[in-house]
Unconditional design. Structure first.
Length: 258
């Protein structure tokens, strides 16, 4: 009788254990949405502005602030700012310079919209690149590339904002198509929240002369999830079109998800 009770307790204990393990495995894990800090922003002189990711308005840069993914830093007249990355890379933004800081996997990306900067330190890892007018140059090769652009035999130079090429509808469509996988990743996240959902979204935005996207909005949408729209905006803001001459281009693109 005692032996039978012992077996009963053993099976009961094992059953509770399996139920507990099953619950823990099935319980959804919390994903941290805390923005990733890439380094530090140090204001050296004058006034500068900082625009955070998903914020439409900039604020005046304090003496020292954390450097985050998709930060936009702009210096004004007689101002200088130093960006200190965690890998030891340091650059100094000259006056009237605007950059956007991004990260793609393990590569840090300095998107130069206007102005110039000097390199104070290359850091311990060579995984930093500069994006300028649709081109990407490794930071270690940046100064040599700038010198070649400003050579007497080169027309325009680094400060020539655009190019001689026009940005046609075909180029815009091909560029969007090249980022189709990124848009689908947003849709896959939405499917995890709402299985079986489908529909279309029409995005409206402006392409600036340097190839960067500005003023993204949803012109129309069947899909109303706010985090899904934010994900689409993030993909759109990271797209780099070819620099061009002329006025900024306002356009719309329809996206179908099914």
């Amino acid at each position: 009788m005692l032996k039978g009770n012992i077996y009963t307790y053993i099976f009961l204990f094992l059953g509770i254990g399996f139920i507990t393990i099953g619950y823990l495995l099935s319980k959804p894990s919390k994903i941290s949405t805390k923005p990733q800090q890439l380094g530090q922003i140090e204001k050296l002189s004058g006034n500068a502005s900082l625009t955070r990711k998903n914020q439409s308005r900039s604020h005046q840069l304090a003496d020292s602030e954390p450097l985050m993914v998709l930060d936009t830093i702009e210096t004004h007249k007689q101002s200088r700012v130093e960006l200190q990355f965690k890998n030891g890379t340091k650059i100094r933004l000259n006056q009237e310079t605007k950059v956007i800081i991004d990260q793609e996997r393990d590569v840090l990306l300095i998107i130069l919209s206007k102005g110039s900067f000097s390199i104070e330190s290359y850091g311990s890892q060579g995984n930093v690149s500069v994006s300028y007018q649709g081109q990407r140059i490794r930071l270690q090769e940046w100064e040599q590339w700038v010198a070649s652009q400003n050579s007497p035999n080169k027309t325009g130079g680094l400060n020539a904002y655009g190019s001689n090429d026009k940005l046609s509808e075909t180029i815009i469509g091909d560029t969007i198509q090249a980022h189709k996988t990124k848009f689908l990743q947003c849709y896959n996240k939405l499917l995890q929240k709402t299985p079986g959902v489908s529909g279309s979204v029409t995005l409206a935005f402006t392409i600036e002369r340097n190839g960067r996207v500005s003023n993204p909005t949803v012109a129309s949408s069947i899909l109303t999830d706010s985090s899904f729209k934010s994900c689409l905006f993030e993909v759109l803001n990271r797209i780099e079109f070819k620099a061009f001459d002329g006025e900024p281009i306002s356009t719309v693109i329809p996206l179908n998800f099914e």
